[in-house]
Design a protein around this ligand. Structure first.
Ligand code: HEC
Length: 223
């Protein structure tokens, strides 16, 4: 119980720090907190490998909770899951891995996910790759400060169509559409097709990053 609370609080702190960041220097400070037991064998300290692993685990966790929420509360009832939980959930996982995490997209729903200059360059590059028929791949960038950022494409899956799919085709139910418009009046994150590039995960590694984290467990999920 106690741990759950402290992780949630740290999540909020991390979010506050992330919000205060200057877009120019992209420096991410990660809370240095007590480290408990981690399955370090899975993590190597190499940002490309760890970045891929983190994205795999985080996107799996996201899709898993979203799928469960849809099964229990329906699509309409799950918009709240994304609305209220996406940020705290991401932040608690980020803290768990000792990195900072973001989801961003050229066409975004929540303006808090708006791409910064570097995000935009990376996303446009992925779009270009996709337009040429290639599968956009992950990319990483190392800054002279020692920080690194790993970008990984987010691709549309069947589940996603229900909230990001093609409106005219009827992918998004009317009541779901109405709720999305109400919560996000400026939303442009729809009319995506299956397998289309939806956006990207960004994993920001601090320069003191060491492979030190294991698989997140359910206590990282905020209520
Ligand atoms: C139940 C509706 C719903 C489903 C299903 C859904 N999303 Fe979303 N998605 C949302 C909402 C609502 C937001 C805004 C969350 C927030 O406020 O941060 C969002 C935000 C996002 C973002 C962040 C960028 C932005 O547009 O703000 C990405 C990327 C994304 N979704 C991808 C996906 C993918 C990929 C899937 C399928 C695995 C998916 N979504 C399924 C509702 C949904």
């Amino acid at each position: 119980m106690l741990r759950k609370k402290s992780i949630a609080v740290v999540g909020i702190l991390a979010l506050a720090i992330a919000c205060m960041q200057n877009e120019q220097d992209k420096i991410i400070r990660v809370q240095e907190e007590e480290q408990t037991s981690f399955d370090v064998s899975k993590f190597t300290g190499n940002i490309n490998r760890d970045g891929r692993m983190i994205v795999e685990e985080v996107s799996e966790a996201f899709a898993g909770f979203l799928g469960k929420s849809i099964a229990e509360h329906g699509v309409l009832g799950s918009i709240g899951f994304c609305n209220e939980n996406a940020f705290p959930f991401m932040d608690s996982l980020a803290h768990y891995y000792g990195v900072n995490l973001k989801r961003t997209a050229l066409r975004y729903r929540n303006p808090d996910n708006k791409p910064d200059t570097l995000d935009r360059i990376m996303l446009e590059n992925m779009e270009k790759e996709a337009a040429q028929g290639a599968e956009p791949g992950p990319k990483s960038i190392k800054f002279s400060s020692g920080e690194s950022v790993y970008y990984s494409p987010i691709i549309m899956k069947p589940l996603c169509l229900q909230c990001h799919g093609i409106k005219m085709r009827g992918d998004i139910q009317d009541e779901v559409w109405a709720k999305i418009r109400e919560l996000y009046p400026e939303d442009v994150a729809y009319d995506f097709n299956l397998n289309e590039l939806r956006g990207a995960w960004g994993v920001l590694f601090p320069n003191e990053y060491r492979a030190r984290r294991g698989k997140p467990d359910p206590i990282a999920i905020p209520k």
